[in-house]
Design a protein. Sequence first.
Length: 191
Amino acid sequence: MKREQIGFYFNQSRCIGCYTCTIACKDWHNLELEVNWRIVTTKEQGKFPNLFVTHLSLSCNHCTNPICATVCPNNAITKREEDGIVVVDLKKCLGKDKCGAVCKNVCPYSSPQFGTEENARMQKCDLCLDRWVENKKPICVEACPMRALDAGPLDQLKTKYGNIKKVDGFFYSTKIDPSIIFNPKTPSKEI
């Protein structure tokens, strides 16, 4: 039986780069200033008056084959059987000073995060597991004023939104297979 895989959908054409998703995540999870489980980047192309701006909102992509889990020396990072969400066991995590933050170094999406304290433990998006238990979407999805984010079983997201795996500014790795799909923003004119 195939396991259900929970993932994200991001509609780049709706995102205005307001950072509400990032702030809501920081607030909900009480993250310190230096830690961001969701990161928004902006890319500008062209010259006035022919400008094209895109934003990309990313967090942990809960990959089908998470490379962070394969390199963790203490098996602190695992993929849940029931939904494919990649989680961190803080009791098992050795901390960045003892392991060299190998998980952060191999993740192409910069998802593993470490605080500033000595030997900080790894932390990252867990798709708001506390909210899933209550049948609620992750706080970033709920907070987005432009409804550019969604989350749920990937099969359902693909049926609803399509199956585009690539967008400008995002490296899609077939080896680790990130659990995210996109609606890319395309320029209306040649830039």
